[in-house]
Design a protein around this ligand. Structure first.
Ligand SMILES: [Zn+2]
Length: 291
């Protein structure tokens, strides 16, 4: 019954990446979902060139969704530099158009710009005005990576959360989830820090102080955040059960999805409530996507 808040696909597998993988086609993706008890996936189409090995265009994304009724929900993914590469660009007509086409959110935002770049803040303000949630990839630096840049401690994200209180932010990626622990370092924040979670993690603090911040638990980063210190992870899932979303970030047919098993054993072992499991697994997504 799970809903996957974060997947990628391309119509054809496309060229090999340096690691020898390709994207999963929609058919491969559905087979992976079937094998894991996932009934629906949110497709995040291609956006910024910084992270593109192959591309799923916005129109192809809508076509994939239409070809497989009941299996996918589309997001739209305009880049903050589109239209006029200006902080005055009016994204509302474009976003309203995609809403009319069935898109339920925006992302994954992968532009490698500062989180407080005027073009990013303008774009996010239009997303807020249109009532569309935004999934973002956070980056540790400018250059040689992708995603919105913020420093250790996430000051730029915090300012954006406060500036745009009605915008639902879905946080994702290694430097976002590394901040679940108060002892994260500059050297470790781009990876998958292990060991006990200490007090004053910025993600915990920001989720407590900013009701518009949600957590996208997809990928190795989301799984690592809740599993590195299981007792903490279970408490975190319980505390924020209304704002956490199950996801996989499947990009390739070989991807692993350990979060499926982690959440199942957490509920079956009595470490989290069934209510929290169902909310994180699918009910929060049903509410966010208007299903
Ligand atoms: Zn992704």
């Amino acid at each position: 019954m799970l809903i996957d808040i974060h997947v990628h696909t391309t119509v054809r597998a496309g060229p090999l990446r340096p690691n020898g993988e390709t994207y999963a086609t929609p058919e491969q993706l559905m087979a992976m979902h079937d094998a894991r008890g996932i009934r629906l996936g949110v497709i995040l189409p291609g956006g910024a060139p910084e992270c593109a090995h192959h591309n799923l265009s916005q129109d192809e994304c809508l076509d994939v969704v239409a070809r497989h009724p009941g299996r996918f929900v589309p997001f739209c993914n305009p880049d903050p530099r589109m239209l006029t590469n200006s902080p005055e660009a009016n994204f509302t007509p474009m976003l309203e158009y995609f809403k009319g086409q069935g898109c339920k959110g925006v992302g994954e935002v992968c532009a490698n710009l500062p989180f407080d770049d005027p073009r990013v803040l303008n774009f996010l303000a239009h997303c807020e005005a249109c009532g569309l949630p935004v999934t973002f990839h956070l980056a540790t630096q400018i250059g040689a990576t992708y995603g919105l840049f913020d420093e250790l401690g996430l000051p730029r994200l915090e300012a954006a959360l406060k500036r745009l209180p009605k915008l639902i932010f879905l946080g994702h990626s290694q430097p976002f989830w590394a901040e679940i622990s108060g002892d994260v370092t500059e050297a470790a924040r781009g990876g998958y820090p292990k060991g006990p979670v200490t007090e004053s993690g910025r993600v915990v603090e920001l989720m407590r102080s900013c009701p518009n911040l949600c957590g996208d638990l997809s990928a190795g980063s989301g799984h690592n955040a809740v599993s590195r210190d299981p007792a903490f992870g279970h408490r975190f899932l319980e505390e924020f059960q209304d704002r956490l979303f199950f996801g996989t970030d499947i990009c390739a047919p070989t991807n692993q999805t350990p979060l499926v098993e982690f959440l199942r054993s957490a509920v079956e072992g009595g470490h989290i409530s069934r209510e929290a499991y169902e909310k994180i697994g699918w009910r929060n997504a049903e509410r966010l996507l208007g299903l």
